[in-house]
Design a protein around this ligand. Sequence first.
Ligand SMILES: Cc1cc2nc3c(=O)[nH]c(=O)nc-3n(C[C@H](O)[C@H](O)[C@H](O)COP(=O)(O)OP(=O)(O)OC[C@H]3O[C@@H](n4cnc5c(N)ncnc54)[C@H](O)[C@@H]3O)c2cc1C
Ligand code: FES
Ligand code: FES
Length: 1183
Amino acid sequence: MGTAENDEEGGILKFSVNGKLQKVSPDISSQTLIQYLRDSGLTGTKLSCGEGNCGACTVLITSKKGGEFERYTVNACTTLVCTLHGSEVTTVEGLGSTQTTLHPVQERLYSCHGSQCGFCSPGMVMSMAGVLCKNSTPDIEDIVTGLQGNLCRCTGYRPILEAFSTFSSKPLAKSDQKFDSAEEEVETYDVSKFKDLKPEDLQISENTKQVLENIEQVKCVRFKSDGSKWFYPSTVAEALCLSKQFPEAVYRQGGTGGYKKFSSTEMKTVISLSSVLKMKEIVIQEEGILIGGGVTYSELVEGLKNLDIVKHRSAEVLKDTAAKIASTQLRNVATLVGGILWDHSASDMLPILTVAKAVLLVESEEGQRKIPVRPHVTKELSQGDIVGAVFIPNNSINDIIVYKKQAKRKTVELGVVNMALLANFENAVPHVSIVIGGVDLAVKQSTEGELIIASNVEKHLISIKDFPKSSTSALLKAIQLDFGKDQNQYKIQIISEMLTNIFKSEKKWNLKSHQLFEKTSATQSMIDPITRPVPHISAAEQCTGEAEYTGDVPKLANEVFLFPVHSTQSHAKIKSINTENALRVPGVVSWVSAQDVPGANIFAGAGPPDEHIFPEQDVHFSGQIIGVIAAVTPDAGKQAVSLVEVSYETKEALLSITDAVAKNSSFEISKLERIQDAELLKSTNKSFNGQIKLGGQLHIYMETHGAVAIPGKEKSEMIIYSSNQSISGVQKAVASALKVPQHKIVVKAKRIGGGFGGKEGPLITLITAVAANKLGRPCRLALDRTSDVLSMGHRHETHADYEIGFDETGKITKAKFECNFNAGCSRDLSVPWGATLLNRLDGGYSLKNFEGKAYPRKTNLTSNTAFRGFGGPEGTAIIEECIERIAQITGKDPAEVRKINLTRENDLLHYGDTKVYDDNLMRCWEDCIKKSDYFEKRKEIEAFNANPGNKNVRRGISIVPIKFAPFMPLKFLNQASAYVRIYTDGSILLSHGGIEMGQGLHTKMLQVASRVLKVPMEKFHLIETSTEININTTSTGGSTGTDLNGHAVVLACEDLAAKLAPLRDANPDMPWEQVIFQAYLQRIPLTAYGFYNRSQVEVDPKTNTGLAFNYLTTGVACTVVEVDCASGNHQVLSTNIVMDVGQSLNPAIDIGQVEGAFVQGYGYMTMEEVVHGLNGEIATNNK
Ligand SMILES: Cc1cc2nc3c(=O)[nH]c(=O)nc-3n(C[C@H](O)[C@H](O)[C@H](O)COP(=O)(O)OP(=O)(O)OC[C@H]3O[C@@H](n4cnc5c(N)ncnc54)[C@H](O)[C@@H]3O)c2cc1C
Ligand code: FES
Ligand code: FES
């Protein structure tokens, strides 16, 4: 970072992006870097969470530190442009492109199938580039550390780690998987074809260095727009002087401590301390270590390597903890002192520094003073004080210092509870110091607590002169006394566990994997791509940032952005909405709400319309979008949103399933009954009943909901880009809202950044279209993550009551269920979801005598919606609890109970009249038992659990079958169309009605077309899905995308193949291009339309008859886990999944879907519960 030029009028900020010098007027430099990049057309950098939690926006910064250029990663969403003067920003576009050459990182991620929807891929690429800048042959720990801050919701991470581990001298190990001759032991990629990583792939060019060297330093940047100013002093004295001159000024370093306020407009005068070199020093002194007030976490970890760990035990613990804080991107900019002054109850640093008796060296006009670090130390600082350094005293010889943290995730997660302890029992006067912190994210009953100085526990430990070997009542009492009014039993138990296992260290994990799939027949034509692990057709573009998503549609002339105003009430009458002040904000164009909908302000999911675009009188959930502000800039829009005043008259709100049951509030109930085996029923030996409660889950698709609507100049036409799984559904809803025929509305989607069922509802596109219609100008709405979570539907929270009978063998003789689930405030898809849940309550089993009812409980929460599996994961979880209970009662191995109940060939399920065609589930079962070594592992686990040394740790194994009927519940939905067009040069354009959302649908469609036309895949192209081409499309979901659209593609290609057959047969050696040109000359039509409507799947719910499915996909997974029973920590030790997907069109894609689904399911079952606050607000929303 350069600094100097004293430009009172505010000069020009200079930095470079991908080697190009940028001269930026300070007026826009208070923007975040991501906004700047995306506005400049560099849309490869993706915005997902907007607050440093997901890594989608990762870029590389090159700046001078101590005379040398240094490269490190940062999150562009938390970086302000005005901090970049003199730096180079490298984005994913700057690394490589499909137009020139791919960077080795991009090439490997793409080739190893590490990119599905691709929305996380640019961030993954940049984080890995950051790892390689530090170490060109990193080991797997370096890679995992470098990617800690990057989320992927699609892949399950394995292919990403595998791709990047190819840079390591020890690539990801293969497990010792047994396989049989029908399976192929081949790689899904060819390492020998990868480009080597060269030094120049990681360095910035000499040219760019020159550009940076020539950038003069600045001392001050003034923003003409709002009069704010940023100062860059180079000494503490200068900073103090500025602070005296501008008493309203705030100090700033990494700027991450504001957390949710990265682009805060409140900061009018800022004194950036990042150029004060003296504050960057780490000095080892006689009495301790002095860490400069400007030292970042990354610099601290580097600077405290190789310490004398007897003398510097506290600093060592600080270093180890700092290495795990948040993400690499955050650690590269955030400072230790910023972390102390962040003064958060869950800070990792404050407890350690407090027990270590660290001291802040505070500089002021009056000179230096020392303040011991302790909770709320900020209160002891006066305006203008600068923390110049932190001093950590040396430890005594027998000091024990420990820091422990319990969080839901290992990284990028604040502790639910944490504890630092420094003890010395060897001193003449024994000493114990304990500080406890943490937040209440995971635990409903807790209130956010302050840091606790645990004096009662300290006294207890001193009295016993040691650490307790087990939890005693005296220890628990001491902890309870220290916790005061926050008697959260979970936290108390964790602290007790931490103290009784004080020296227990974290286990190292060992990543290994193996993927096997069926061999492609040796006789299959080499150009036929079916069954081959072809990479996703857009993966290269996804890894270079060229792939376009809805939010990347280039900005249009006259375009406005839309910003939602959300209801703060769960159920209330809107008394008034005052937008006067909001509309006065410069740049604000309009307020758009219910009055602006010319047609129907109500739309439907499945069933009668019951969801309003904008509320007319009442709001029905906290987070409901009341209206949107239209503005020409995001800053204006956000400011205006905060000025909209809504007054409410509160009404009674039903929030929980229990509330709704009590008030008998429900949408249409589904019932399903089939008693098909009276003999079995008679053999009932035992029965039990019970209840299982399953939480909701957020989709967290990496791309949030968004739309761009462009009103036409003529005849009410409108073109819409929408991140939706159902473009025809959107088209229909928009036409109805705008009161125009559907043919005026064109809806397009090139790809979407993950859907998982959460992007079926049209609301966001409807709002955008209504605004565009009102304003007559293009409108763009991209929900930020918080708004997305607030206003979009989630997985249904479900309570299931069950009554199960079984015979002596453990076979289920009868099964009765009553499922209540939280549908939220409108139907959306909840009624068919309930009916499908009833179908899927049998998991991988056949329930011969079944009774079920499903109640979609109407409440005042957001309207819950489809989520991967559509009742399948819930149904499986419910029946598996029953199976486990049978095993417990009978004392049998649960695997035995499962096997005896497994769905077999010729079984009639409890819905429809389709008999199961094959015995594939049993084949999967036997294969999985064999591959996982189930019985051997079980013995090992029993031995492990019997070992007294593993008292609190338990291992468990479970082997679970599933079956899944891919279908659309209504017959008319089982239709699809495809167009194939061949141009005179032989190139082929394919269009079908399915949406690409990472599941590889477009890739598979091209594979299918290639097989049928017998033309290499490279000849084909697919541009987008559009209602202009494929009409009346069925929403892409229910695992039907490939089946429906694939059949349509086959029909279209067969039609063309037949038309070309005479020419091709007569000229077997004629190149394809010539065949096509000849066909053109002979006036053979070179376009074909395929329409598929042959599926007869439809069950009449009244009679429970009809074809229930065309086929079942089946699978079995065996998982070994370790659970720490005291803390709740859990770890998957191994998983074997055997999945029968028929003849896989593309094993790499199918394996990717299976692994990704497994990890999403793991999150659902263990750590992703959606927690609502007392007023219906989502407590787990990005806190
Ligand atoms: C995504 C994310 C995840 C995080 N995860 C964790 C975590 O797991 N554990 C954890 O402990 N923390 C976590 N944090 C908090 C993080 O530790 C702090 O944000 C960071 O340390 C603040 O440092 P900074 O340099 O960015 O401070 P800034 O934001 O620049 O400053 C913070 C405050 O300190 C003042 N200040 C800064 N330096 C000085 C100085 N030298 N003298 C006087 N005043 C000063 C500023 O005026 C401001 O009020 C997380 C933050 C984010 C954004
Ligand atoms: S970290 Fe920047 S968008 Fe998520
Ligand atoms: S590929 Fe990672 S989020 Fe979709």
